[in-house]
Design a protein around this ligand. Structure first.
Ligand code: AMP
Ligand code: ZN
Length: 115
């Protein structure tokens, strides 16, 4: 995907603060952090979201690496939240599958609709 910002990050065509990288995924800092630890993990191959027929092995790898990234970021003991937004109601803004790793603060309890 030529005009996808996360594909460009995966190809190192635009800068990012990389936390972890291997052959299939890359994790980097969110540029607009919502909590003290806010890191994103993406597959290097373009998928619009988790609803895009992503191979289960890749989904599993993303989740496994998320736990590794939480260790790297030092929130594995205190806890963290993984979030992946899908589509309009999910408030997905970047249409390249990404999982948010959110930590360093207590997450809100409420998970219902926006006010
Ligand atoms: P979502 O609403 O789930 O699609 O989240 C997209 C996230 O990507 C937001 O938290 C943005 O702050 C983040 N973001 C957008 N552009 C960049 C970028 N170039 N580098 C790092 N994070 C980004
Ligand atoms: Zn992409």
């Amino acid at each position: 995907m030529d005009d996808c910002i996360f594909c460009k990050i995966a190809r190192h065509e635009i800068p990012s603060t990389v936390v972890y990288e291997d052959e299939t995924v890359i994790a980097f800092e969110d540029t607009n952090p919502q909590v003290p630890v806010h890191t994103l993990i993406i597959p290097k191959e373009h998928y619009a979201s988790i609803a895009s027929n992503v191979p289960e092995s890749l989904l599993g790898h993303i989740i496994a690496v998320s736990a590794r990234v939480a260790e790297i970021k030092g929130v594995d003991k205190t806890g963290y939240r993984l979030t992946t937004n899908v589509g309009d109601d999910g408030r997905q803004t970047v249409m390249h599958l990404h999982v948010h790793i959110l930590g360093g603060a207590q997450m809100p309890i409420r998970m219902g609709p926006a006010d």
